[in-house]
Design a protein around this ligand. Structure first.
Ligand SMILES: *[C@@H]1O[C@H](CO)[C@@H](O)[C@H](O)[C@H]1NC(C)=O
Length: 257
């Protein structure tokens, strides 16, 4: 009798615990599913912002699990608003920054890709940075000269030109792409720059950052005052000599060092 009771009690308790455990597991499971969705978004958003902050460097590909978010961002109205805000800050800076002497030595530097021209149509077909950058295929796309202008930068470009500041385009594109690049720039509305700097054979042995600071050194040696740089890569600003101010446009698809 006592043994039967003990047996029944044990059985009852065991079922209860199994029941509780299963119920608990279900609740946890459901909650976890919800949390995972949220935390992936949070994780990818902090990956993205830390790329912009130059804390995450030299990434070769966008983390696989974040491709969707990067795609969403780069094609969103938020990306447009962020770029437009950067341009507004440049205009604000220009309203009081500089003692323009009108001696032809006031200078401004622009990047080309993802600053004047957008490579988003290319990356749309190549996983938004989720595939390792293939220079051959990117360059053949560049040779089509079909990159659209970034509207806000186009406005800024003409505003700066209108102020009598000389415009230097400093790009990590190779010298062999010169005619395609010029055609592309002209066809979307850019004209009247002082010089388009592209990477010659010697420059290809340098990091982009070294090549770009060497260009600034040359301009500075020629007596130019570089009031500002606008670009989408940190390698466009890093190193000496620097400009009086720099403005970073968003780009979480690739990193050039
Ligand atoms: C890079 O692109 C070229 C041209 O589209 C292609 O032939 C080549 O196989 C690609 N290379 C890699 C490593 O994917």
């Amino acid at each position: 009798m006592a043994i039967t009771n003990l047996f029944l009690t044990t059985l009852a308790l065991t079922s209860l615990f199994i029941g509780l455990a299963l119920a608990d597991w279900n609740i946890l499971h459901q909650r976890k599913k919800h949390v995972v969705g949220d935390s992936l978004k949070t994780y990818c958003e902090s990956w993205r912002i830390n790329v912009e902050l130059n804390n995450i460097r030299e990434f070769e590909v966008v983390p696989q699990e974040c491709i969707d978010l990067i795609k969403k961002y780069m094609t969103s109205s938020q990306y447009k608003a962020d770029s437009e805000r950067a341009i507004e800050e440049v205009i604000l800076y220009l309203s009081s920054c500089c003692n323009l002497e009108g001696d032809g030595k006031d200078a401004w530097i622009f990047d080309v890709d993802d600053t004047l021209l957008s490579t988003i149509p290319y990356f749309k077909k190549h996983g938004f940075g989720g595939e390792k950058l293939n220079a051959t295929s990117l360059e053949s796309w560049m040779k089509e000269s079909k990159a659209p202008a970034l509207e806000h930068t186009l406005k800024l470009y003409h505003e700066i030109k209108h102020r009598g500041i000389k415009i230097f385009l400093v790009s990590s594109r190779r010298e062999t792409l010169r005619s395609y690049t010029v055609d592309n720039l002209i066809s979307v509305g850019y004209h009247g720059w002082t010089s388009l700097e592209l990477r010659g054979l010697d420059d290809e042995y340098m990091k982009v950052q070294q090549y770009k600071s060497a260009v600034r050194q040359r301009l500075s040696d020629e007596g130019y005052r570089i009031w500002g740089i606008i670009g989408d890569q940190w390698s466009s600003f890093d190193g000496l000599p620097s400009a009086k101010r720099t403005f970073k446009l968003p780009n979480s698809m690739y990193y050039l060092s």
